[in-house]
Design a protein around this ligand. Structure first.
Ligand code: C2E
Ligand code: MG
Ligand code: MG
Ligand code: MG
Length: 286
């Protein structure tokens, strides 16, 4: 409770830290039961091919609806899941959901639909050794490239043998790799030379200002040009306006993702949207 007297800076900060620590503990405890309780869900945000206006990919984004806390954001609970040793179970579950969704999307498209699955650095490096994901994909009759693993540059900072080993496993299985939030991390271009990456995802901070800030525009255009020279494809994140889309399309960006097209939605809505935009009306700019 707030103090009536003497509520100085010091009290203020300790209380805030206390509340924060208490909240994290509460959330961590609640997270333990969330999977079993069916409180977690995976939503999918459509990714539009800017050359033909078709939805050919989607990104799997974890959602947690707690009965009293309400919607808890992944940026909030994923680090807690990692700390509590729950990320492996959750990550494997997300992967299975995403693979099943890819299968359903493939049934209503030409069969080359791809779902992006996010992996935190810790997940990428240490987890999932005991989950036979290639076996799971072949059980579903899915090609490896039905999945793209999204990692941040932070993963590649760990120049451990584990990172290279894992990336080689993906390549052998045909699973693709996307570098997420590109341009915001410890962007070292040597990563692009050293590792087998398939997609760069331009961070939404550049896309947000692309029509108003000449530097953001120059950075986005340069990322696209460089990626193409290196044989990579580019996905722009956080596309919210027609003007941003026009800029990206004229720079030759391959894919767009953002509220302009659709927010993250449940699988059944994704399937309907794919069907209703199969002629390429999700937005074509070229
Ligand atoms: P991310 O992978 O960069 O995902 C993109 C984020 O941008 C998502 O936030 C998405 O809802 C949001 N977004 C999409 N379109 C727009 C737009 O037009 N404007 C704006 N302002 N935002 C947009 P979300 O769902 O809150 O996820 C945040 C982060 O949490 C993700 O960033 C990802 O790093 C992480 N995350 C989400 N799901 C998972 C998961 O299953 N596993 C792991 N390890 N991390 C996950
Ligand atoms: Mg992502
Ligand atoms: Mg991102
Ligand atoms: Mg590759």
């Amino acid at each position: 409770a707030a103090k009536q007297t003497g509520r100085n800076q010091f009290h203020y900060f300790t209380k805030e830290l206390d509340d924060r620590a208490h909240f994290q503990l509460l959330v961590t405890n609640e997270l333990r039961g969330a999977l079993e309780d069916n409180q977690l869900a995976v939503h999918y945000q459509p990714v539009v091919n800017l050359n033909n206006g078709r939805i050919t990919k989607a990104e799997a984004l974890l959602r947690w609806q707690h009965p009293t806390l309400g919607a808890v954001k992944p940026a909030e609970f994923i680090p807690l899941a990692e700390g509590a040793g729950l990320i492996k179970q959750i990550g494997n579950w997300v992967f299975r959901q995403a693979a099943m969704c890819a299968k359903h999307c493939n049934e209503v498209t030409d069969g080359s639909f791809q779902i992006g699955v996010n992996k935190s650095p810790l997940q990428f490096i240490t987890q999932e050794e005991d989950f036979d994901w290639t076996g799971f994909l072949s059980e579903l009759g899915l090609a490896g490239n039905s999945i793209a693993v999204e990692i941040t540059e932070g993963v590649l900072l760990h120049t451990s043998a584990k990172v290279e080993e894992r990336l080689l496993e993906y390549r052998d299985a045909g699973i693709q790799v996307a570098l997420d939030d590109f341009g915001t991390g410890y962007s070292s271009l040597s990563y692009l030379q050293k590792f087998d990456i398939d997609y760069l995802k331009i961070d939404q901070s550049f896309v947000r200002d692309i029509t108003t800030n000449a530097h953001s525009r120059a950075i986005s255009e340069s990322i696209i040009a460089m990626a193409h020279r290196l044989g990579l494809q580019v996905i722009a994140e956080g596309v919210e306006t027609e003007a941003q889309l026009a800029c990206l399309a004229s720079a030759g960006c391959d894919y767009g993702q953002g509220y302009l097209f659709a927010p993250p939605i449940p699988e059944d809505e994704l399937l309907k949207l794919i069907a209703s935009t199969s002629h390429g009306n999700a937005r074509t700019m070229h």
